[in-house]
Design a protein around this ligand. Structure first.
Ligand code: ASP
Length: 316
């Protein structure tokens, strides 16, 4: 059994990013998540580890999966969970964030899960509160628990992550999921490729440790894992693709394009899916290849593991 006090990857204030974490630090989180998954599947859905602790989900951006998943994870561990949704566009950033932090701090929370449309906002807030903070997605920067649940999904299906060819396709430029996954997959020894039109790639993306492709056929050849991403239109100022129809034609995942991947290649997507834009329904719903719902199930287990480790590591 993992000793969270010595093996915890949650340095300092909480889980703010995957960048900088090593395989030795990440693997115990996945191991603990496996234990929580088995317990949940066995019907143990009300534990007491976090009883008397308070978890607040502070979301400045919409969310379906992440917020629900943290809520369930907290409740299954016995915590009191409060959801706060704030319309970020109606507040002055900076000052209000710090005011919000001061307000929450006065309420003696144990864990704060924060999602915010601005990259770096979660770290800013984390520096102002005394409780543990988990980044639930900040702008196009990072979404660490998504990468952890993706890794657990891959490891459970393939038995390993090291040595696999993982291809991330779509709007890499605006995607925090892509960034967290690139860091995690590289740390775990996978080969990472990205496939996107040049307009949807960050400058010098190769420096993150990926091979870059602009054609689905070239990028998908011999892929073990195909991770599709949504066009993050809410983060786009201006036109990044000529039209949705053309985007689907060149970059949408279809059964035909998948033919060059390995026959046992798995299809992943963090959600929400846009059918007919980045992925064809036939592929998204292929029960032999699509693990999109596994990702949702494992999301709760991974977040239980994070809450467990974080509350022990921080002493909150
Ligand atoms: N749900 C993921 C995120 O919050 C992916 C997406 O929205 O496309 O980043």
């Amino acid at each position: 059994m993992l000793d969270p006090t010595t093996d915890s990857p949650f340095r300092g204030l909480g889980l703010l990013a995957i960048e900088g974490l090593t395989a030795a630090e990440l693997t115990p989180v996945l191991d603990l998540a496996d234990q929580y998954l088995e317990r949940t599947r066995a019907g143990e859905r009300k534990l007491t580890l976090l009883s008397g602790r308070t978890l607040v989900n502070l979301f400045f951006e919409t969310s379906t999966r992440t917020r629900t998943s943290f809520e369930l994870a907290g409740k299954r561990l016995g915590a009191d969970v409060i959801n706060m949704s704030v319309d970020a566009s109606s507040v002055k950033k900076g000052e209000t964030l710090i005011d919000t932090a001061a307000t929450l701090n006065a309420m003696h929370l144990d864990v704060l899960v924060v999602r915010h449309p601005d990259s770096g906002a979660v770290r800013l807030l984390a520096a102002k509160v005394n409780c543990a903070v988990i980044n639930g997605g900040d702008g196009s920067h990072e979404h660490p628990t998504q990468a952890l649940l993706d890794a657990q999904t891959i490891r459970r299906r393939k038995g390993r992550i090291a040595g696999l060819t993982v291809v991330i396709c779509g709007d890499i430029l605006h995607s925090r999921v892509a960034r967290s996954n690139i860091h995690l997959l590289n740390a775990m020894g996978a080969r990472v490729r990205v496939v996107a039109p040049p307009t949807l790639l960050p400058p010098e993306v190769e420096r993150l440790g990926v091979s870059v492709f602009h054609s689905m056929v070239a990028g998908l050849t011999d892929a073990d894992i195909v991770m599709m991403l949504r066009l993050q239109t809410e983060r786009m100022a201006g036109q990044f693709v000529p039209s949705v129809r053309e985007y689907f034609h060149f970059f949408g995942l279809t059964a035909d394009k998948l033919k060059v991947a390995r026959p046992d290649a798995l299809i992943m997507h963090p959600g929400p899916i846009n059918r007919g834009v980045e992925i064809d329904s036939e592929v998204a719903d292929d029960i032999n290849r699509s693990v999109i719902l596994d990702q949702v199930e494992l999301g709760v287990a991974v977040r239980m593991a994070c809450l467990d480790l974080l509350t022990r590591a921080s002493g909150h």
